[in-house]
Design a binder for this molecule. Sequence first.
Ligand SMILES: Cc1cc2nc3c(=O)[nH]c(=O)nc-3n(C[C@H](O)[C@H](O)[C@H](O)COP(=O)(O)O)c2cc1C
Length: 194
Amino acid sequence: MNEQALSVRDAIISRRSIKNFNGQPVDPESIVEIIEDAAWAPNHGNRNPWRFVVAADKDYVKFLEILREYGVPKWKELSEEDLEKQMKKFAGPGAVTFVIVPEDARQKERLEDFAAASMFIQNIQLLAWDKGIGTCWKTPGFLDNPKFRDDLGVKPGERVISMLQFGYFDEIPKGRPRKPLEEIVTYYGRENEE
Ligand SMILES: Cc1cc2nc3c(=O)[nH]c(=O)nc-3n(C[C@H](O)[C@H](O)[C@H](O)COP(=O)(O)O)c2cc1C
């Protein structure tokens, strides 16, 4: 078992989505190691409703080229200069992982599977944070683009729920405050009490 630097609580509280990566590559072995541990996420019926496509190193560069080639509709209208700027944003992270979930025809199972995969993603984010690797769950429109799905090998009945970016960073962003407890917690049976 890896030596743990952060307590679970500290990892949860200190983790931030990283949106400014410093361009340093993340090796695929670290990502796969994280995925192996994160797989202990709870999931109903042990269906393991998830699979992952990792793009790191030269594979990440290849992905960026494909992204540029197939032309996300909005980008088609960009000037060459703005396109370069847009591509730079994508080039910041050291690697990405696409999270793919089966779309069960039954609504209950579909929701459960999405929930389980989300827990997997949170596990990944916390384990990565513990290793000093930042992540950000991104949902760009192109995840549902048929051409992109083809390139990624996504099958009918599957959905890409996340482009999870991985990378190193120089600054930790400030956390945005959450709603206070009084707004999100009520106590069963006390609604009508003064
Ligand atoms: C389902 C989901 C989708 C998200 N999609 C995006 C996205 O497309 N672009 C983005 O910049 N951040 C995205 N985020 C990250 C959120 O912006 C981030 O979690 C939020 O700002 C809170 O910041 P924190 O994670 O540092 O606490 C997403 C997060 C989740 C859970």
